[in-house]
Design a binder for this molecule. Structure first.
Ligand code: 13P
Ligand code: SF4
Length: 458
């Protein structure tokens, strides 16, 4: 099973608008509207999910008194004060119908031709995926941008850290655009440069800075791809490395060749699940809570640590439970339960397999017809897979529709605005990583690529 292949999707100019084309069968947006209208059974975690995300934007059209991540799985997570907000989307996009937006995007893309490449993450709504030149996971998409060096603009339909990574890996002449600036990631926001630096200084006091007899540093910092470029730069400057959910074990092995222990951020679950599978005992994995002195551990506990886990999590994957897995098994005795490693450890332990979004896609592609899968990952991907593979039974472990709040902020209205602005010679919502951060961040990414070359199997 390969982990780095990618779906290249080139919609034909004659493709039907979403209201009549096949993607609608998979559309979470359409399902939410049907539920709201009482024409379909089911429930969502937030009634506002069936309205357009510009209701959450700053400016006259905004109606949200308290800025937050918005409806969806991260709705109760605190939004950092400095998080970017999206300004008002022009009325001609807010007022357009779904079909009009589809046609405007299609026509702008045709006119722009090779000047633009549109990237769509697996978790994007189908109405956006329909226009993506490449659909894949975060790292695949960042690399996909490189295959179009003639494209002067890369429109990244995903979240902020993904657009930053695309900027790090693209050419200096290319502009990366995030159609909605409020599309951050609540997990990435759980670790910021100040609190990681503060943690690092405390660890240096406890462990010192001198290598051991084998030349291994006291601690190697490892950041998940789902983190800001500032943190990728931090690990680059401190001898550390980036990982993704498909190469975390190989990256940890690299780190243990160079260090006595690892500081892993921001996702505690990916860190714990990966380290546990490598045989590291749970008692050697203290949780570092940045709001507590010494992260909430004693000095003795920290001296025993092999992997220090940051107190971060993904609110989408935190929703999956062992009880949901038990119910799936009771309902479908032959079910294969497959979850993302951002799920809590008891869920990963109870599942039949776990892996990155690309692992999940590939496993379904390779399965014999008539297979049954219960999936623990974001609903847009699960529902799309269910529509793409009607020969299988595929369903989400969580019966409540609760998409990623921030992926949801990218709507065809913003994509149409970004593309038509390019036609008018204007680059909106450009994501740029400053050169002082970019240099060490690229180093940390390159270290990852030296361990697991792009395109290598898992
Ligand atoms: P991928 O790296 O698999 O694209 O996952 C990104 C993500 O946000 C998972 O929650
Ligand atoms: Fe972040 Fe989770 Fe959304 Fe991925 S699914 S972008 S980790 S909040």
């Amino acid at each position: 099973m390969t982990a780095h292949s990618i779906t290249v999707r080139q919609p034909s100019p004659a493709e039907a608008p979403p209201s009549v084309g096949p993607p609608i069968d998979a559309s979470v947006d359409r399902t939410l509207k049907l539920i709201a209208a009482g024409s379909a059974s089911g429930s969502s975690c937030a009634p506002a999910l069936d309205s357009a995300p510009w209701m959450l934007d700053a400016g006259p059209a905004g109606s949200l008194p308290e800025p937050g991540y918005g409806p969806g799985a991260s709705q109760d997570d605190p939004l950092p004060g400095a998080a970017p907000r999206q300004g008002e989307l022009p009325a001609s996009y807010r007022e357009a119908t779904e079909e009009e937006l589809h046609e405007r995007i299609r026509s702008a893309k045709t006119e722009l031709g090779d000047r633009v490449v549109v990237l769509g993450h697996f978790y994007q709504r189908d109405e956006v995926v329909a226009h993506a030149d490449f659909v894949g996971d975060s790292f695949q998409l960042a690399k996909a941008a490189r295959t179009r060096p003639r494209a002067e603009a890369i429109v990244f339909c995903g979240v902020h850290f993904m657009a930053e990574t695309a900027d790090l890996l693209s050419t200096p002449e290319q502009s990366v655009i995030l159609p909605n600036l409020a599309a951050g990631c609540s997990m990435a926001d759980m670790a910021d440069l100040d609190s990681v630096t503060d943690c690092w200084e405390q660890l240096e006091e406890i462990y010192g800075t001198a290598p051991d007899a084998a030349g291994r540093a006291p601690v190697i910092p490892v950041t998940y791809m789902n983190s800001s470029a500032a943190l990728k730069g931090f690990v680059g400057r401190h001898g550390g490395i980036v990982c993704t959910s498909s190469n975390a074990a190989q990256v940890l092995e690299w780190a243990f060749e160079r260090g006595q222990r690892v500081l892993f951020f921001p996702d505690q679950h990916l860190g714990r699940n990966t380290a546990k599978a490598m045989g590291i005992p749970l008692e050697q994995m203290p949780l570092w809570n940045p709001r507590k002195p010494l992260g909430g551990s004693t000095e003795e506990e920290l001296m025993q640590a092999t992997v220090l886990l940051w107190h971060g999590f993904c609110s989408v994957h935190k929703r999956f439970t062992v009880a949901q897995i038990e119910k799936a098994r009771a309902d479908f005795p032959d079910v294969h339960v497959m979850v993302h490693p951002e799920c809590p450890m008891p869920v990963v332990d109870a599942a039949d397999s776990s892996g990155s979004t690309d692992f999940i896609v590939k496993a379904i592609e390779a399965a014999p017809a008539g297979s049954t899968f219960a999936i623990g990952t974001e609903i847009n991907l699960v529902q799309r897979l269910a529509a793409q593979y009607p020969q299988h039974t595929i369903f989400c472990l969580d019966p409540v529709i609760c998409p990623c709040s921030t992926m949801y902020r990218i709507h065809p209205g913003y994509l149409a605005w970004a593309l038509e602005s390019l036609l008018d010679g204007e680059i909106v919502n450009q994501i740029t990583v400053s050169e002082d951060v970019a240099e060490p961040a690229r180093l940390a990414l390159e270290r990852m690529l030296s361990v697991v070359p792009a395109g290598a199997g898992r």
